[in-house]
Every structure is written in C-alpha cells, then in structure tokens.
Design a protein around this ligand. Structure first.
Ligand code: ATP
Ligand code: FE
Length: 351
C-alpha cells in the first residue's frame, strides 16, 4: 500500500510517500530561520508554520512521487510526542484527508518512526538493538515490533549532541558543535587532558554527559589562568579528550546493551545507531568494532533519514497498518508518549 506520512512534532514540517521500503518522496521544510532570533524553537511560531506549510509539503510530496491523493491507501501522522500545537496540525490534516478520501488513519509515535528507520533503510529483522543518539536523545532500545520496544537505558541528564554543542560554545567553535569538535579533535592528543568516564562504575546501560561539560570548563579555565589563553593545540587536545570520553562511554554501554540483547538469542542479530551524533566517525568506528567483536551486524541509516522526516512516519504507518492498527477520529495528539509500554501503559484509540 501507498502511505502518505506527515510529521510536524518539532521544527520541521514534512510529508512523504512510501510504499513498503520504497521512499517515493520525502519533503522536509525546516523552520530554523523563523526561530533563529529567539535562540530556540518557539512553540506558537512552530505551530503556525506547520499549519501554513503542511498543505504545500503534501502537494510537493505528491508531485515528486508522481502520484495523486486518489492513489494514497492510508494516511499516517505523528501523533506525539512533541510540541502539542504542531502535532495537532498534523493530526488534524491527517483526519481531514482520511475522512475526505475514505482511507485509514494511523497515528504514529515519532520515536517509533526513528526506531523503525533501520528496517526502512537496511531491512533489519526483529528483534534488533538500537542506539538513538542525537541533540535531544540518547537511549538503547530493543525493537521487537512496530509497537513493541524495550528501553534498556539512556542518559540521565544531557544528550551527547547537546554536550558536543556546549563544548563547542565553551571553546569558541561554531555551531552545530558536533562537526566542529570532531574536526578540531583530529589534531589533538586525547590523553593530554583527563576526562571522566561517567557511570562506567555502575551496572546497566544508563549514561551521563553533564559531568564532561564541567570537566571541560574546569580544564579550560585552568589553562587560561595558567597561560593567559588557549592555544590551538590546547583547543584540539580538549576536543580530542572530550570526544574520546563520549566515545568510550558509548562503546562500553553498547557492549552491555548487546550483552542483554544477545541473551534473547536473536536469529539475525543486528545493531543500529541513529541520530546526528552517529555522524561522528570516531564514535561510529568504535561502535562498529564493538559489533564486529560480538559478531553482529552494524548499521547506521543515512543522516537524512535519521533527522526528523516524514518517510519514517509513513514507513512506521505501513507496518502498523499491516499489523491491523488504524485509528478513528478520536485519535488524540499526545505531548508525551513513551515508547516502552512498561514505562506508561498505552491507553488509546487503537482498533
Ligand atoms: P532530536 O533527537 O530531538 O531531533 P536533534 O534535532 O538535535 O535532536 P539531530 O539533528 O539528529 O537531532 O542531531 C543534531 C546533533 O548531532 C547536534 O547536537 C550536533 O552537534 C550533533 N552532531 C552532528 N554531527 C556530529 C558529529 N560529527 N559529531 C558529534 N555530534 C554531531
Ligand atoms: Fe526526532
């Protein structure tokens, strides 16, 4: 079936057409310029922009896929979690289209969209292990089905991308911080300055990154106090030390997560890392070698399908539809919606 997907939960308005694992089109309209002056996403501005742009995104997606609304078999929209105004815009649009076309409506969890992306891009079999690692997220999930996720652990404070961004800010490097820190780190000695490896002394898969920022700030201030300023070499060494700490912690927690996952003897064991931080070559290489050591498949979906998009929502909608899930007009937009049902039972509108 041909699924139209809508995404509007944060600051990207997106529409896509997906058939099975085929992405016919994926249109993403960012809102960076609208929010730039405010230093963050302004929910009211985002909601209005989504409402104004969804129509056009759908039109462009149909155009690029060379199909018409009449060809669409079902409409999937992000129903949460996210900024409620934006989520509402997408859900309302999906309801209107569903009613007008007489085609099924499917409310999709945005995080499920991210978590199912390795099936869209690499065709991974259930269950697989996933690490979502971005500017806003860091968690390990065992993905067992389109509605069946087990969270093994995650960050108890900052997300790693956020830590990269703060590091760049503290060292006067351009944003987004991840790429600038990675480039600096290439010329730095990672052993010159000491960074902690937070939570490695504790069992389990939880992570913490806020202490790295404190360690960085302390050492930067010490260098400046001792020598009246940071040299290029200092900056490179601080970046290298920080990045090595993030790399080591992610690699060790991935080992533990794989250990838990392998206890379930998956038939086609696989690990996927997704999110902006997965673009970091040092981190990616470390995670890949952990997988090689365990003899399990390593995948990392392309970045354009890891950042917010509607193709992942349409794909997830297709899987849900195949599993017999669809929703009626009582489908609600949910600001909070944890993936792991043990964390919060899903009450709702599934048929
Ligand atoms: P969310 O998960 O809430 O959508 P987000 O919008 O920040 O968060 P992404 O676009 O997936 O998600 O990731 C952006 C983050 O990834 C930024 O914090 C950025 O610094 C980080 N990042 C990008 N490239 C790199 C890199 N090469 N190394 C480390 N971090 C990186
Ligand atoms: Fe997202």
């Amino acid at each position: 079936p041909l699924i139209l997907g809508l995404e509007s939960s944060c600051d990207d308005t997106a529409a896509a057409l997906v058939r099975g694992r085929d992405v016919l089109s994926s249109v993403v309209e960012g809102q960076n310029s609208l929010h730039a002056a405010y230093g963050g996403v302004v929910p009211e501005i985002a909601a209005r922009a989504h409402a104004e742009r969804l129509d056009l995104c759908v039109e462009r997606a149909l155009d690029e896929a060379s199909v018409t609304l009449a060809d669409v078999d079902a409409i999937a929209a992000t129903a949460g979690p996210g900024l409620i105004g934006g989520v509402l815009s997408g859900v309302m649009m999906a309801k209107a289209l569903s009613a007008a076309l007489g085609k099924p409506l499917i409310g999709v969890n945005h995080l499920a969209g991210h978590a199912l992306t390795p099936r869209l891009t690499d065709g991974l079999a259930y269950p697989y292990l996933m690490l979502l690692v971005s500017g806003g997220h860091c968690q390990f999930l065992i993905v067992r089905g389109p509605q069946d996720f087990t969270r093994l652990g995650g960050t108890i404070d900052d997300a790693p991308g956020e830590a990269f961004d703060k590091t760049a800010r503290l060292l006067g490097l351009p944003q987004p911080g991840g790429p600038s820190v990675e480039i600096e780190a290439r010329n730095g000695d990672e052993t010159l300055y000491r960074f902690p490896r937070p939570l490695l002394d504790r069992p389990g898969c939880d992570l913490s990154f806020s202490g790295l920022k404190t360690a960085l700030m302390r050492q930067r201030d010490q260098i400046i106090a001792d020598r009246d300023g940071l040299t290029r070499a200092d900056r490179a060494a601080l970046c290298a030390g920080f990045q090595a700490a993030v790399r080591d912690v992610l690699a060790e927690k991935t080992r533990r997560a794989i250990g838990l996952y392998m206890n379930e003897t998956p038939t086609e064991p696989a690990f996927a890392v997704a999110g902006g931080v997965a673009a970091n070559m040092a981190i990616r290489t470390a995670l890949e070698s952990v997988c090689i050591n365990f003899g399990i498949r390593f995948t990392a979906p392309p970045l354009r399908l890891c950042t917010d998009n509607a193709a992942m929502i349409a794909y997830a909608g297709g899987e849900l539809l195949a599993a017999g899930v669809s929703h009626d007009m009582s489908l609600q937009a949910r600001p909070r919606w944890p993936l792991d049902r043990r964390a919060a039972p899903l009450v709702g509108h599934g048929k």
